[in-house]
Write a protein that binds this ligand. Structure first.
Ligand SMILES: [Zn+2]
Length: 435
């Protein structure tokens, strides 16, 4: 029966006088079909308007997966908080529970098990509340990525390529270390590193004079042509009142990087020059005005640091607390005994750190109290004394034991490195001088 009908149709069409027209119509429909599915430009011989009337385009488009991805996914970011798990974060972002299970059951999902507080999770979610892709950002250059496949996820660690560039700067101080540095384009973080590196030799609040200068080579780290980080200072030279200090960064065999003098002495010393971190007094306000005379203790016996109330005060060396109480004009006073002969005093404190108790051992840089104006002080400031056998002395003029010099096993390669980078610095200085 069916065969009969087909035969009849065939016969009819073969005799049909307008069979050219018929084949043309079939051909056009075929092209329409092809072009809509392949998403290609239509042949110019057929006009687009004509085609649209033949087939409903609305019904065809949503089947195109790429179309959905482009238009209906959204990227959400979440910072990882205490007690967060991958599950709880994705739930919070509105991901379907079933989909989270599929992610967790995928190969390598253990890479996402150790997410850390404070890091970021970036998730692309489609209109079905499924994760299309996920990026756990460990830092600017590495993390873990997950990408949706048919039934599960492809999870892998990634590491982006970084490029490091060396930057040289030479700055003469006319106003202040900080402001002159910023003006010359030195990043804040690099200035603070510089202050840290020379913090055992130079008191950046009191020792700096106009005409002092510093030069340094530091690194900038780039990913895909974009600056991501101000890296480490590789070498720095500071000329403070005609005295030259040089510090060179070096990675020891134990993997730790430290700063040494060209001769291999560690820049760290038994005492920091300043009991107040420079960053707390580096505001424009403090740098642009002369420090008023605040010492109220008769026959001034120490050094004053103007800083706002509550600024942390740090121990300049390791030692034991021998005094932490009120004491006349000193107000709230802490005394730390470092050796048989050496002690330091910190006066006018607003309050003590809860851990600062008599007999307690203190490490260099530990916060021991907070700046105030107790006792006979007219404004908030720290009065600091460095005492040798009970008398105030200048820590610079006192012979102090240095931290350990570079290991014998590191010394030879350090010497080579030091020579090379020191000559780099000199070359840069010479070049910039001639420009
Ligand atoms: Zn004072």
């Amino acid at each position: 029966m069916l065969r009969k009908i087909l035969k009849q149709i065939k016969l009819t069409f073969s005799n049909y006088p307008k069979r050219h027209f018929y084949y043309l119509t079939v051909g056009i429909l075929f092209i329409v079909f092809l072009s809509l599915f392949s998403n290609q430009e239509l042949d110019s011989t057929v006009s687009k308007e004509d085609l649209l009337t033949e087939i409903s385009i609305d019904k065809l488009l949503p089947k195109d997966e790429n179309f959905i991805e482009r238009n209906f996914t959204q990227v959400k970011q979440s910072e990882i908080k205490r007690n967060d798990s991958l599950f709880s974060i994705l739930k919070r972002l509105g991901v379907e529970e079933e989909n989270i299970v599929s992610l967790v059951n995928s190969n390598n999902s253990n890479l996402l098990a150790q997410i850390k507080i404070g890091k970021k999770l970036e998730v692309e979610i489609n209109e079905l509340n499924e994760v299309v892709s996920l990026n756990y950002i460990k830092d600017f250059k590495s993390g873990v990525r997950a990408k949706k496949q048919e039934d599960d996820y492809k999870i892998e660690e990634y590491e982006l390529q970084t490029e490091k560039f060396k930057v040289f700067k030479e700055i003469t101080i006319t106003n202040s270390l900080y402001i002159d540095g910023l003006k010359r384009g030195l990043p804040d973080s690099v200035i603070m590193d510089l202050v840290y590196i020379f913090g055992w030799d130079i008191d950046f609040v009191h020792d700096i004079r106009p005409g002092d200068s510093y030069s340094l080579i530091y690194e900038e780290v780039f990913v895909n042509g974009e600056k991501k980080l101000n890296g480490d200072i590789l070498i720095a030279e500071f000329i403070n009142r005609q005295t030259e200090y040089v510090a060179i960064r070096y990675k020891l065999k134990n993997g730790i990087s430290e700063y040494f003098s060209p001769e291999g002495r560690n820049v760290k010393k038994a005492f920091l020059r300043s009991p107040v971190k420079f960053s707390y007094i580096s505001s424009k306000y403090n740098l642009n005005r002369r420090h008023p005379i605040l010492h109220q203790i008769r026959a001034h016996t120490g050094v004053d640091y103007v800083a706002s109330k509550g600024t942390p005060v740090r121990a300049t060396g390791d030692g034991t607390v021998v005094y932490a109480d009120k004491k006349g004009g000193y107000g709230n006073l802490i005394e730390i005994k470092h050796t048989e002969d050496y002690s330091t005093r910190y006066a006018h404190l607003d309050r003590f750190h809860p851990k600062t108790k008599i007999g307690k051992k203190i490490k260099q840089s530990d916060t021991i109290g907070f700046v105030g104006k107790t006792g006979t002080a007219t404004g908030d400031h720290l009065h600091y004394e460095f005492r040798v056998n009970g008398k105030h002395a200048n820590p610079l003029t006192v012979r102090l034991p240095n931290a350990r010099p570079i290991n014998a096993s590191d010394k030879k390669s350090y010497d080579l490195h030091a020579k090379k980078i020191l000559s780099d610095l000199k070359n840069y200085q010479h070049l910039s001088f001639n420009i």
